[in-house]
Design a protein around this ligand. Structure first.
Ligand code: H2B
Length: 111
């Protein structure tokens, strides 16, 4: 099933990080997202553009609602006209399939 229609699984202790092979395959479904490394942690990051601050904040709230519904939370930087969303799995200090699902679900929030 395509990522955008999936839901996150509750990340139990010992959950498996995505393998390099899985990361390569899953990235194909979210081409607008960058794979970055911060402090040795792999993350998915995309910057969304908006006409002003109010619409950037409204999008930020939609991402927050998604995160709460999925029990999986991003880092959010909201600026005038821009929102930078970064997904990774804190428990794993790396990427899980959940992060790819949430990135695809984030793309679906663009109006
Ligand atoms: C208790 C709570 O469900 C956990 O801490 C969740 C919350 N949201 C989370 N979000 C992310 N991105 N990674 C996590 O490991 C994580 N854990």
């Amino acid at each position: 099933m395509e990522l955008g229609k999936q839901h996150c699984v509750a990340c139990q202790e010992g959950a498996e990080a995505a393998t390099d092979k899985e990361i390569h395959a899953l990235r194909g479904e979210i081409p607008e997202w960058k794979l970055i490394g911060e402090d040795g942690v792999q993350k998915l990051q995309r910057q969304f553009s908006f006409p002003d601050f109010v619409s950037a904040m409204a999008f930020t709230q939609r991402v927050a609602d998604l995160a709460e519904a999925e029990g999986h939370h991003p880092a959010l930087l909201t600026e005038w006209g821009k929102v930078t969303v970064t997904w990774w799995t804190h428990k794993l200090d790396g990427l899980h399939q959940n992060d790819f699902i949430c990135a695809a679900r984030t793309d679906a929030l663009i109006e």
